[in-house]
Write a protein that binds this ligand. Structure first.
Ligand code: CA
Length: 306
């Protein structure tokens, strides 16, 4: 137990250690989701343009190469994988390897690519974009429904990242990384509309930048910390930091719960910005990690096809 400086000194912060379960040397591993049926993690390497499925029980990693940067992937109710790339949305049939290009909401912005994306509990995909040059405000957050329509829901986003929904389905959490905040919206589960955006968590400067995120069964948020060597657990109702999972890698990108009873937090990391010295100091950068964090998470929703 330790007390995190700058936070309530009366409440001790729990720390956990994550261990590397797949030393995959990804450039920018991201977007993990749990495949309940296969007991596998579906994830992407954005920079290498790869979609993968990793089986923790056997350490097998299946990979499909997509000929563009790919920021997120979700499973569909029909058994395919739906991904967001630099050229728009695409569908991968994991059996045949066939890739089908779908809509591109930003054909006029070729430097933009999709970044983090996730399905809401009703099975709509929410996926955001960013400029590959990280141009301020160049991205948007989109909602993609089973009718195949794309609607821009949030404008002027710089690095669209983590998404999570409260268990009652009434709140959506969202991260635009450079803001250092986790924001909340009121969420209308029937219409899929969002309103009343507000800050609920501020990430302290010495913890890096908020990237991907997931929510646990107690309604607390687990936020991956880019340049922050770990994943923090925050209470979105108070903004309080409750726990941290420590990793031997500086740039931690995203996380999801999975495994038996959803008791394991799976975590992705990046090696992209390391120089030769950095690679020596962080040999597991780009690997997949796991930690038992003493609380269960929630299943990863799939995209509901018509
Ligand atoms: Ca991300």
């Amino acid at each position: 137990l330790q007390v995190f400086p700058g936070h309530s000194r009366t409440s001790p912060m729990q720390t956990y250690q994550a261990s590397c379960i797949f030393d995959g040397k990804a450039t920018l591993a991201e977007g993990p989701g749990w495949d309940e049926e296969r007991q596998a993690i579906v994830w992407v390497d954005i920079e290498k343009g790869k979609i993968s499925r990793f089986y923790p029980s056997t350490h097998r990693n299946e990979t499909w190469a997509i000929s563009q940067k790919v920021g997120c992937v979700v499973r569909t109710s029909g058994g395919d994988l739906l991904a967001g790339g630099q050229e728009g949305l695409l569908k991968l049939n994991p059996e045949s390897g066939e890739v089908t290009s779908l809509q591109n909401p930003e054909p006029d912005l070729p430097v933009n690519r999709f970044n983090d994306g996730k399905c809401d509990p009703q099975g709509r995909l929410w996926a955001g974009t960013m400029s590959c040059e990280e141009e301020e405000g160049a991205g948007s957050l989109y909602r993609i429904t089973n009718e195949g329509s794309i609607k821009r829901m949030v404008e002027s986003v710089t690095i669209s990242n983590g998404l999570a929904w409260s268990q009652d389905g009434r709140t959506m959490y969202y991260i635009d990384t450079p803001t250092r905040h986790v924001d909340a919206f009121d969420f209308d589960p029937v219409e899929g509309e969002i309103s009343n955006r507000r800050h609920v968590i501020e990430i302290p400067k010495d913890m890096g930048y908020p990237d991907g995120m997931t929510i646990d069964a107690e309604g607390k948020l687990w936020v991956a910390l880019w340049a922050g060597w770990g994943v923090g657990r925050w209470d979105p109702s108070t903004g309080e930091l409750l726990a941290k999972v420590q990793l031997p890698v500086e740039c931690v990108t995203a996380c999801c719960f999975g495994g038996k009873d959803y008791h394991t937090l799976y975590i992705t990391t990046a090696s992209r910005d390391l120089d030769e010295e950095g690679h020596k100091e962080q040999p597991q950068a780009g690997g997949l990690f796991a930690a038992d964090v003493g609380v269960a998470g929630l299943p990863t929703p799939v995209f509901k096809e018509a």
